[in-house]
Write a new protein. Structure first.
Length: 127
């Protein structure tokens, strides 16, 4: 696979992106929700769901870190990450369109769509 060093760095960046998002959800949810224009939606009932989502984001980040060591060896994780990021992007925009959810989260998950596109490129690549 061409530029495998660059792809390894890309997956490290992907992992750091996920780690940052997870830690923000776990340790600075008020600030995160304010940045995402969702500050009025952070309720005590939402916190457990936010923590569950943060845990999943953290685990996916760990997977991206594993991928960064040898992308061609871990195409199964790449495929799962690609699908996961497309689902997160799609559900965010469905919530915005159908349930008037704040657009801030939708803007953030555009990054997930871009990651999914690059993940698909690596997943489909020949060695």
């Amino acid at each position: 696979m061409k530029n495998s060093r660059a792809w390894r760095g890309f997956f490290q960046f992907s992992a750091i992106f996920n780690f940052t998002a997870a830690f923000a959800m776990l340790f600075a949810p008020e600030l995160l929700f304010k940045i995402l224009m969702m500050s009025d939606t952070l309720t005590k009932e939402a916190i457990p769901w936010l923590h569950q989502f943060a845990g999943l984001v953290l685990v996916f980040g760990m997977g991206y870190w594993v991928i960064s060591r040898n992308p061609m060896l871990h195409k199964d994780i790449i495929w799962m990450g690609c699908i996961g990021k497309i689902v997160v992007f799609s559900l965010a925009w469905i919530d915005i369109a159908l349930f008037n959810a704040p657009v801030g989260f939708g803007i953030l998950v555009i990054a997930d769509l871009l990651f999914a596109i690059f993940f698909a490129m690596v997943w489909r690549a020949k060695e």
